[in-house]
Design a protein around this ligand. Structure first.
Ligand code: RAT
Ligand code: ZN
Length: 421
């Protein structure tokens, strides 16, 4: 039934955008099977690397002294600097309060111990259930790196038993740090020593196939600096051309590329020390044009690249743009990007992923994004409504579902068409 009154359209969109379940297609979260690798709770929320970076804007403590402290002490320092001495207005700081509030905590207290106390008897599994319900996230895609020894241990034993958590094979080191990656592959029993040749690429393909299966990968992914190119006689091109792309096609998996990170601009900040950089999208264009059957899930980190990537997505149906990544995951950037992307791509992209590293962040990251997505959709519907087009609740739910998981599923279905049986 068509909604004849504009107020009803508005109300339906804002309710549906709040409530419909989403698939979060890129996070750094783990299921409870991974024990302490799943980060959650008050202290982890406070020492999130986005907040650590903000802390050093104010603190005079040396980096070394800060890193010597325990996680609890670091959390207290950050709490003091960002929540007590001044108000938590940044995206990352205010996000902590959103998560606290939505999980039922009284956010009027400035005492960190009140918050710690509230969750002290929780188990990770209980918290996962509460957080997924509050965030209305139905599936969480992890980032799975078999070259990480502690993570590998888990996969070699019980693996992941929680069906709400899905796998994605992460291969940064294969592409960018072959010295380290080959040593680790060799330790795992793959014959990759010596010069790059057919034997070595065959072993890398074997690794990719075995580990995609083991982690139940929905896609294979890496994040890349902005200045890498494709098609030369370099390691990255050979690795993509001879190992990664053939395996994606054989297994019917998309390739995810997150482009435009400049790692360790300030190594003293550790995980918080990475920067964004403008990317040369030649790599993406060259891969898209030379492999039309390869489905590409793409996000770029520089704001300066957003227009170009959005236009490029219109040119290649094997490119699907996703998410407002990292320094773009802020209210104003999500507004700008979602509005513009919708203007050029309609529903044919994935508006958001959370990139959460700490469980409870699913709540704030999705709540803040849902609000913006809803506002953008309302403003776009306004035009069609004023043209006399009537929307029903079913239309609205259908459209939002395409954004909240449908598009990601289509990309995977299209990728699966190349699968060798
Ligand atoms: O967003 C982040 O937390 C970054 O540290 C990165 O992990 C980035 O998202 C990536 O996946 O490379
Ligand atoms: Zn990430």
């Amino acid at each position: 039934t068509p909604l004849r009154k504009w107020e009803d359209v508005e109300r339906t969109v804002s309710l549906a955008a709040k409530e419909l379940p989403v698939t979060d297609m890129h996070t750094h979260l783990f299921s409870a099977d991974f024990k302490e690798q799943l980060l959650w709770g008050v202290d982890e929320l406070l020492i999130y690397h986005y907040l650590t970076a903000e802390y050093f804007r104010y603190s005079e403590l040396s980096y070394d002294d800060f890193w010597k402290y325990s996680k609890q002490q670091q959390a207290e320092l950050i709490w003091q600097e960002l929540f007590v001495k001044r108000s938590p207005v940044s995206e990352a700081a205010s996000g902590v309060l959103t998560a606290f509030r939505r999980l039922g905590l009284d956010t009027s207290s400035r005492d960190i111990n009140i918050y710690r106390e509230a969750w002290k008897n929780r188990t990770a599994s209980e918290q996962i259930d509460k957080v997924l319900a509050a965030a209305r996230v139905k599936e969480v895609v992890m980032t799975n790196d078999p070259l990480d020894r502690s993570e590998r241990e888990v996969w070699l034993h019980q693996g992941n038993t929680d069906t709400r958590f899905l796998g994605a094979l992460r291969i940064d080191a294969l592409l960018l740090n072959w010295t380290v990656a080959s040593a680790e592959l060799a330790a795992m029993g793959y014959q990759v020593e010596g010069e790059w040749n057919d034997g070595v690429s065959g072993e890398v393909r074997r690794f990719l196939k075995e580990w995609s299966a083991k982690v139940g990968a929905l896609y294979i992914a890496a994040s890349l600096p902005g200045d890498v190119r494709f098609g030369g006689r370099d390691h990255l091109t050979a690795m993509l051309e001879e190992a990664v792309i053939p395996v994606c096609l054989e297994l019917g998996l998309p390739l995810g590329l997150m482009i435009g990170v400049r790692r360790q601009v300030n190594p003293s900040l550790k995980l918080a020390g990475d920067m964004s950089m403008k990317a040369d999208l030649q790599l993406l264009e060259a891969v898209a044009v030379s492999h039309p059957d390869l489905q590409l899930l793409i996000t770029v980190l520089a704001r300066e690249n957003q227009h170009e990537l959005t236009v490029l997505s219109r040119k290649f149906r094997n490119i699907t743009l996703f998410g407002c990544w990292w320094f773009l995951h802020t209210e104003s950037m999500i507004q700008e990007l979602t509005r513009f992307r919708t203007e050029l791509l309609g529903f044919s992209y994935i508006p958001q992923h959370s990139d959460c590293r700490v469980l409870e962040q699913l709540i704030n990251k999705w709540e803040h994004s849902r609000t913006v997505i809803s506002e953008v959709l309302v403003s776009k519907y306004k035009r069609v409504y004023e043209s006399g087009w009537l929307l029903s609740e079913e239309d609205i739910v259908r459209d939002l579902n395409e954004w909240f998981g449908g598009r990601f599923a289509v990309v995977r279905q299209n990728a699966a068409k190349t699968k060798v049986r």
